[in-house]
Design a protein. Sequence first.
Length: 267
Amino acid sequence: MIKNISDLKRDDMFFLLAGPCVIEGEDMALRIAERVVKITDNLHIPYVFKGSYRKANRSRLDSFTGIGDEKALKILAKVRSTFDVPVVTDIHTASEAEMAAEYVDVLQIPAFLCRQTDLLVAAARTGKIVNIKKGQFLSPAAMRFAADKVVEAGNDQVMLTERGTMFGYQDLIVDYRGIPEMQSFGHPVVLDVTHSLQQPNQTSGVTGGMPQLIETVAKAGVAVGVDGLFMETHEDPSKAKSDGAYMLKLDLLEDLLVKLVRIRQSL
């Protein structure tokens, strides 16, 4: 199992972090993992299964947050052992870092928490790879300091993820200039394709999105030279318990990745 980013990063290919937004159950997680593993193996794309064991940041109190921390983490561990793939999950407080690190290979810092020093240091001290999502409110240049906190805490296994910047109250935009700028810090940069297409702060209290632009955003990211792609996918996004408004339908993943591989190979 991966211990270093070098196990994922390749000059000739992007790596992929993909899976459901939040673990809804074991059968669903295993089915999605099986499909994505088959696709990425055929295309020789390094793959990390993504699933949040708990969704802490929700617009409304009655929104689904998870099936229970330990239960969901054990499902992530089962995906890991069944398919021999690394897994990534979000953590939200410093106390969660050590707990989650027992089950996963990559600890992800949510965008809204990317400046939380105690969270970054706790993640660093687990020795796991730390993926820091860029805050919607931060410039690419400011992410150097988030990465430095992890490195200065003794862990140089850092990835940075672009996930869009607030554009008014209810929209996000991707500034692709930020990808090479963050790469200049010496860390791989991931493009979070699906979260970049969020339309937050809807009056209903449920975040909207523009999934019809997933292919457009992903193609542009690969053309710019991003190191990795992050995409949430579900068998039926309309029934997903979180983030369904901007998820990629699982049946569309293979065709999209084929196109993206062709772009990367042409560079």
